[in-house]
Design a protein around this ligand. Structure first.
Ligand code: C2E
Ligand code: MG
Ligand code: MG
Ligand code: MG
Length: 282
């Protein structure tokens, strides 16, 4: 009986694994279609200067509204895109779309606005990222100084000279480079020595409890003072309350992002709330 039960359990596991694999394949096929048919879209979340409350830029965040399943979070479809190689075409689309949107906002009179775009490690590994960024800059005509590229530790994990070279070439284009989710990796600090980034984004897991948890407070304070002494900009992610924003101001954090200021918004909603058109000339 034990053997039968064991075998049954094994068959069950196999069946459910197949189901999971099948489901994954189906989702991958719909994602491919979504990319090809232009069914993805971007939302934009304000990046705020803490001292003035001014919106200095936005981060582009990819959205996928699945025709049957509704919205699929990027935490699900980005890893899927990375594993399947679809991230190359997805990443290219994001860069092109975000820079063209930025150029339209610049032309509408908001010439200082920054656009932050997330890059994935896969885009670096296959060496397409430089080409894609150059293409987006040329096609959009956007000022490179207004484009910010966010990298996570996963990019830098594959340390190699190739990645360092790409980072140097990106920097030579005049774009801003930031480390996303800082503090969550194994060796976030080591990267600061290996490459001169422009900005650190403190991961929201440290920011969330900065008031109640003395350890998180110490970490956030440490990252901010480190950034400032290295001459880097520093942004706190996931700021959900005014009390946290206030604490960050006290700690001399330069920038913040989070639901307290605004959620990620569709471009029309963002423009309506934060980019009222300058008065017409006529
Ligand atoms: P991320 O780059 O760290 O982006 C910030 C995430 O925090 C976003 O989640 C944003 O909606 C969320 N967030 C912002 N403020 C708050 C807050 O106050 N509280 C909380 N709880 N969350 C907040 P989202 O949009 O679900 O994206 C998740 C991750 O997916 C991103 O993390 C990024 O790593 C990845 N991602 C999104 N779009 C792209 C993309 O176009 N390309 C690549 N490679 N990755 C992307
Ligand atoms: Mg990001
Ligand atoms: Mg982040
Ligand atoms: Mg993240």
């Amino acid at each position: 009986a034990a053997k039968r039960a064991g075998r049954g359990a094994y068959q069950f596991a196999t069946a459910s694994m197949n189901e999971a694999a099948l489901e994954r394949l189906q989702l991958e096929a719909s994602l491919r279609l979504a990319i090809e048919t232009g069914a993805l879209r971007l939302e934009y979340q304000p990046l705020v200067e803490l001292s003035s409350g001014r919106m200095i830029g936005v981060e582009a965040l990819c959205r996928w509204d699945h025709p049957e399943r509704g919205p699929i979070p990027p935490g699900v479809f980005i890893p899927l895109a990375e594993d399947s190689g679809l991230i190359e075409s997805l990443g290219r689309w994001v860069l092109l779309t975000a820079t063209q949107q930025l150029q339209r906002w610049h032309e509408a009179g908001h010439a200082e606005l920054m656009m932050a775009v997330n890059l994935s490690a896969r885009q670096f590994q296959r060496g397409v990222v430089l080409e894609q960024v150059e293409e987006a800059l040329v096609v959009s005509g956007v000022n490179p100084a207004r484009l910010e590229l966010e990298l996570t530790e996963s990019v830098l994990l594959h340390d190699g000279e190739a990645v360092m070279n790409t980072l140097r070439q990106l920097k030579a284009l005049g774009v801003t480079l930031s480390i996303d989710d800082f503090g969550t990796g194994y060796s976030s600090f080591a990267y600061l020595r290996r490459f001169k980034f422009d900005k650190i984004k403190i991961d929201q897991s440290f920011v969330r409890d900065v008031i109640d948890d003395p350890d998180d407070a110490a970490i956030v304070r440490g990252i901010i003072s480190l950034a400032l002494s290295l001459g880097l900009h520093v942004l706190a992610e996931g700021v959900e309350t005014e009390a946290i924003a206030q604490r960050l101001r006290t700690l001399k954090c330069t920038y913040a992002q989070g639901y307290h200021f605004a959620r990620p918004l569709r471009p029309e909603a963002l423009a309506e709330r934060f980019l009222q058109a300058p008065p017409a000339l006529s």
